[in-house]
Design a binder for this molecule. Structure first.
Ligand SMILES: [Zn+2]
Length: 235
């Protein structure tokens, strides 16, 4: 069956999509063998289709890439938030540690500490400053004028909090005993036992890293650097 170009062009889209009847298909193919114009028309439909599908697939690819980026960004944001929270906590803890616990030795100044012996022989150190964080004492035996004698070294530390912010508590007396050591006697169950040491002098001396030093190291330091110490009390 011979068909005209007009009818062929009407049929070509159906032919291209393979939805026309068998009879139409045969008629179109017969026409195409003889008509270059309609062949070109079919070619243009084909290439449109290809372009169309390429465009679609590239759009699909673009949106996939975008989805991927969004996903990554989301993960990145979550990571950043988690890390920020951890950092904030670390900074807070570090700041807390720095302000409330990092110890700064208090250098001696006139009247900062006084040492008095009570009637019962107890040596008491009185802190006359506003507030402090911790007090340290250690005893050692030195030889002076050929006589061995026990001396005590004490010093106090501040933190940023006690130095700049805390107010002294009026009802609190900043004092402690120097020449008594107490410990629990678990053998006879009688509780606290006090041992009074015969201290002949008390000095103020700051060793910033004293807590990390062994008693022998301290002894060595004391003997070689006793010029740094300040005499607080003498028998
Ligand atoms: Zn034709």
């Amino acid at each position: 069956m011979k068909i005209s170009c007009e009818i062929t062009k009407d049929l070509l889209p159906l032919y291209h999509d393979e939805v026309c009847s068998n009879q139409s298909r045969i008629a179109v193919e017969e026409h195409l063998q003889e008509c270059d114009a309609c062949k070109k028309y079919l070619d243009s439909i084909n290439s449109d289709f290809i372009q169309d599908s390429t465009a679609k697939s590239s759009e699909q690819a673009k949106s996939n890439v975008l989805k991927g980026i969004k996903k990554k960004l989301f993960r990145k944001n979550v990571m950043v938030s988690v890390i920020s929270v951890i950092c904030a906590i670390a900074v807070l803890l570090g700041g807390f540690e720095l302000i409330f616990h990092r110890q700064i030795p208090i250098p001696y100044e006139e009247g900062l500490v006084s040492v008095k012996m009570r009637d019962d022989g107890k040596l008491l150190a009185y802190f006359n400053g506003d507030d402090y964080y911790c007090s340290y004492k250690w005893n050692t035996t030195i030889e002076k004028d050929g006589i061995k004698q026990d001396v005590a070294y004490i010093y106090y530390t501040d933190t940023i909090w006690t130095r700049y912010f805390s107010k002294p508590q009026k009802d609190k007396e900043y004092k402690y005993e120097i020449n008594n050591s107490s410990w629990k006697d678990y053998d006879n169950g009688e509780g606290l036992i006090e041992e009074k040491k015969d201290i002949s002098a008390v000095y103020y001396m700051v060793y910033p890293d004293m807590r990390k030093m062994s008693s022998n190291m301290i002894k060595e330091e004391v003997s070689k650097d006793s010029s740094k110490s300040v005499l607080l009390w003498k028998k």
